[in-house]
Ligand binder design. Structure first.
Ligand code: SAH
Length: 261
C-alpha cells in the first residue's frame, strides 16, 4: 500500500494540565480544577496537596507523588519535567497538581516550558495562592485604601537570600508577603531592619492558612524571630509585613492566637 503522510493517523499526544490546588481546602478549588481532578486518569502531585483533595480523584486514577519524604529528597525538577513530557508523548493526559497557584513559587513556569519545548500542549489552571488564602482566612486586607497600595510576594528561602534586593518592597504603605520564610525568619527581620524598616512595624504569621488547624500570630518586626520560634511555627506558613496586619478590631482575636509582645 502506498504510504501517504496525510492518511497516516498520527499518534495521539496527551495534554498536560498544570492545575492549582489552592491552599488545601477542597472548597477553594476552581470548578475547572475540580473537574479535571475528578476526570483525570493520571495525577502527578507535590507534597502541599491535601489528602482531602487527592481523595476527589477518580478511583481508577494513577496518583504519582513527587513530594518530599522524610529520608528522600523531592524528585529533581528535571525528572518531574521529563515525567510529564514522557507521559504526554505516550498519549496520556496528565494533571499536574500543585499547591496554591502553579505560577507563584510553584515552578509551573519551568514545567510549562519543558512541555512546550517537547511539543506537548499545556494548559494552566490558576489556583488560590497562599497569600490570597491567608489574607481571606485571617481577614488581613493585602491592600487597603488607608494602609497599603502595594503588595509584593517574595521567597524567603532561595538562592542567596542576602543577595535579594527587597528595598522598597516593605514599609509604610506597602505589604510584603513572604513565602517559605519560616526557617529564615531571623535573617529576614534583620535584613528588613537593616534596610530601614521600623522595629515596631506590624507583622503577622499565618500557618496552615485556610485549613482547620490555621494559626494567626501577630507581633512586630523586631519580635518576628521570637514569635516564630516561641510558637513553634512550622511550614506551610506565610509571613506578612506591614500596617495591614495590625489588629485593629478586637473581634479579630477570635480567629487569631495573639502574640505576647
Ligand atoms: N504555589 C504555592 C506556593 C508554593 S511555595 C502558592 O501559590 O501558594 C510553598 C510555600 O507556600 C510555603 O512554604 C508557605 O510559605 C506557602 N504556603 C502554601 N500553602 C500555605 C498555607 N496553607 N498556609 C500558609 N502558607 C502556605
Amino acid at each position: 500500500m502506498a504510504h501517504s503522510g496525510t492518511t497516516q493517523p498520527s499518534a495521539r499526544i496527551g495534554r498536560v494540565f498544570l492545575v492549582g490546588a489552592g491552599p488545601g481546602d477542597p472548597d477553594l478549588l476552581t470548578l475547572r480544577a475540580a473537574r479535571l481532578l475528578t476526570e483525570a486518569r493520571l495525577i502527578v502531585h507535590d507534597g502541599l496537596v491535601e489528602p482531602a483533595i487527592l481523595a476527589m480523584a477518580h478511583s481508577r486514577a494513577r496518583l504519582v507523588s513527587v513530594a518530599k519524604r522524610r529520608a528522600h529528597h523531592t524528585m529533581p525538577q528535571e525528572d518531574i519535567c521529563a515525567l510529564l513530557v514522557r507521559e504526554a508523548l505516550a498519549g496520556n493526559d496528565v494533571v499536574r497538581l500543585k499547591g496554591g497557584d502553579p505560577l507563584v513559587f510553584g515552578r509551573g513556569g519551568e514545567e510549562a516550558e519543558a512541555c512546550r519545548a517537547a511539543g506537548v500542549p499545556v494548559e494552566i489552571v490558576p489556583g488560590i495562592s497562599a497569600a490570597n488564602a491567608a489574607g481571606a482566612a485571617a481577614q488581613i486586607a493585602l491592600t487597603h485604601r488607608d494602609h497599603a497600595s502595594v503588595v509584593s510576594f517574595v521567597a524567603g528561602q532561595c538562592k542567596g537570600l542576602s543577595d535579594q534586593n527587597w528595598s522598597g518592597l516593605a514599609g509604610v504603605g506597602r505589604t510584603l508577603v513572604i513565602y517559605m520564610g519560616v526557617k529564615t525568619a531571623p535573617q529576614i527581620a534583620e535584613k528588613l531592619m537593616a534596610d530601614g524598616l521600623a522595629p515596631d512595624m506590624a507583622v503577622a504569621v499565618i500557618e496552615n492558612a485556610a485549613r482547620p488547624e490555621m494559626r494567626v500570630l501577630r507581633g512586630v518586626l523586631a519580635g518576628l524571630p521570637a514569635l516564630v520560634e516561641g510558637h513553634k511555627v512550622r511550614s506551610p506558613a506565610l509571613i506578612v509585613i506591614g500596617e495591614v496586619t495590625r489588629e485593629r478590631d478586637a473581634t479579630l482575636a477570635a480567629i487569631a492566637v495573639k502574640a505576647e509582645q
